[in-house]
Design a protein around this ligand. Structure first.
Ligand code: SF4
Length: 314
């Protein structure tokens, strides 16, 4: 058997926060002319995006210390801790902050709850840049939890301690529900943020891949290894009982995966450009698979304004 049909999940690919962050670097490069534009960390977690922007002149660095004094630096969509703003100011850097507004919302919650005396349990993945940024808002009162099993290892808070949970924006909706249930069991008084922190793009892409998994024999997720939301899409497809692989692009597809497959489902993480989907579709077309459909699950029309530093300058 060989594949005869492709079904593309919709929505897939770029979310409003990634779209904004990539455009932010492009606009900053246009404005800078021949001056360099530095970007702290990967602007979004996608190798192709980073490589394209590097070719256009963006210089990716790990820390603000790697940026020459007085130069322009763009902060990535994942957000930064307040200490990073402080160190940028100390070096007189011109900061363009491309933090996704939905990440900024979680930062504001962390700051607000901490100011009101709350302890914060952040549900998220150790070492992820977004988690480092959010924890940095209230490091002394925040603990991190990544799994249901880890809930048992969280501190015993004195009776009456106000407690809230917040979450990373790109988690598995189902897994997070289980972690929150375990938190509520351990801490019956824990409160929730006013509005869910897992963002619309993460939820919608997971809903779409779940629907996709019901109709295909294999799900390919286009995205980079360090992309949290792309990895979650693979897990959601597998949890639905369908084999699934994360691929950087068409060169990562293994013919062996397709041996017993009639219909291939394709989706892409929130940081993967649509050009990569087209390349994967073309890879199949060359092999005679020309029956391509889309499965529309949710309509999206979210867009964010560019960072104010760029709006002022244009
Ligand atoms: S995945 Fe969600 S939180 Fe992250 S950049 Fe996109 S819209 Fe923003």
């Amino acid at each position: 058997m060989a594949p005869t049909r492709l079904i593309l999940a919709a929505p897939r690919g770029y979310c409003a926060g990634v779209d904004r962050a990539v455009e932010t670097v492009e606009r900053a490069l246009d404005q800078a002319g021949s001056a360099p534009v530095y970007v702290r960390k990967e602007i979004v977690h996608n190798l192709h995006v980073v490589s394209e922007l590097s070719k256009r002149g963006a210089v990716f660095v790990h820390e603000t210390d790697d940026v020459p004094e007085g130069a322009t630096v763009v902060f990535s969509a994942h957000g930064v801790a307040p200490s990073v703003h402080v160190s940028a100011a100390a070096r007189s850097l011109r900061v363009i902050d491309a933090t996704c507004p939905l990440v900024t919302k979680v930062h504001s919650e962390a700051k607000g709850f901490a100011a009101r005396g709350y302890r914060i349990v952040l549900v998220g993945h150790t070492g992820h840049e977004e988690v480092e940024g959010t924890m940095g808002e209230a490091p002394d009162v925040t603990v991190l939890v990544g799994t249901v099993a880890e809930v048992a290892g969280l501190p015993d808070y004195p009776a009456g301690t106000p407690l809230v949970y917040l979450t990373q924006t790109t988690l598995s909706v189902d897994e997070t529900r289980e972690i929150i249930a375990a938190l509520r069991q351990r801490y019956p008084e824990i409160v929730a943020p006013a509005k869910e922190d897992i963002c619309y793009a993460t939820s919608n892409r997971q809903a779409a891949v779940k629907a996709l998994a019901r109709t295909v024999d294999l799900v390919l997720v286009i995205g980079s290894r360090n992309s949290s939301n792309s990895n979650r899409l693979v897990e959601v497809a597998r949890d639905a009982g369908v084999p699934s692989h994360l691929i950087e692009d068409e060169s990562a597809i293994e013919e062996g995966w397709l041996a017993e497959v009639a219909t291939v489902g394709i989706t892409s993480g929130a940081s993967a450009p649509e050009s990569l989907v087209r390349r994967v579709v073309e890879w199949f077309a060359v092999r005679g698979v020309n029956d391509v459909e889309e499965l529309h699950v949710v309509h999206e029309d979210v867009a964010f304004k560019l960072p104010r530093e760029l709006r002022r300058a244009t």
